[in-house]
Design a binder for this molecule. Structure first.
Ligand code: NI
Length: 227
């Protein structure tokens, strides 16, 4: 399931991020990529311990935690500390690849599963050409290029690429979510049920039936969640 969340960041948070990122010192994006991905990866990233990255990471995490749809759709167990990348000039694309299934959490000896891949667009799309996130989905190729401050979440199993940026620069934040529910299909069912329940409650208020269905939602989650 692919989900787009417009305006994850407030205009103030976005302006703050853009101002800080304009002063950042970018590094080669290849270290850390897997053996297939590294052959097609050609971008820049901020190192994990970069001061700008460290300042912006909590802003992104707070925005994720306050967004009800992130919680409902992703059911996060762990979130990889958000990273930042830039596509511009001669380092302007990332060819077809799948993100590594398991990543080591920085500063810990813990591994996490990358159930959901996330890109938070941070550059105004009118100020660069190219730089589309292209996902190979069963229904065909999906091209995503979002307004600054908007987030896309998609299954970590998806083959995807970032097309060459031919004008300007594309700065984004990227990270992964390990979900309480490993299966995309099960997560989708829970999300659809949660959204339908929300709409039912808004339309009719609570009833014995919505309480019973809410119980079913939680009992399915109990059945499927890995904590
Ligand atoms: Ni990727």
């Amino acid at each position: 399931m692919r989900l787009i969340l417009p305006h994850l960041l407030t205009p103030q948070e976005l302006a703050h991020a853009q101002t800080l990122l304009a002063t950042a010192t970018w590094a080669d994006g290849r270290p850390g990529a897997g053996s297939q991905a590294v052959q097609v990866k050609n971008n820049e990233q901020l190192p994990h311990d970069d001061p700008v990255a460290m300042q912006l990471r909590p802003v992104v995490l707070a925005a994720l935690h306050r967004h009800p749809l992130v919680l409902s759709a992703a059911l996060p167990r762990r979130i990889f500390p958000p990273r930042f990348n830039r596509y511009s000039g001669n380092t302007n694309h990332y060819g077809q690849h799948v993100d590594g299934a398991v990543r080591m959490l920085p500063d810990t000896a813990q591994a996490m599963r990358t159930d959901i891949s996330c890109t938070l667009f941070l550059s105004d799309p009118a100020r660069y050409d190219g730089g589309e996130l292209v996902m190979n989905e069963p229904a065909g190729e999906q091209r995503v290029k979002l307004p600054a401050g908007s987030l896309v979440l998609y299954p970590g199993t998806t083959v995807h690429q970032v097309t060459p940026v031919t004008r300007g620069e594309r700065i984004a934040c990227f990270f992964w979510i390990e979900s309480l529910v490993r299966s995309t299909e099960q997560r989708r069912l829970l999300y659809e049920m949660d959204m339908a329940l929300l709409a039912l409650r808004q339309r009719h208020g609570d009833s014995d039936e919505t309480v019973a269905l809410t119980g079913t939602y939680h009992n399915l989650l109990r059945l499927w969640a890995e904590t």
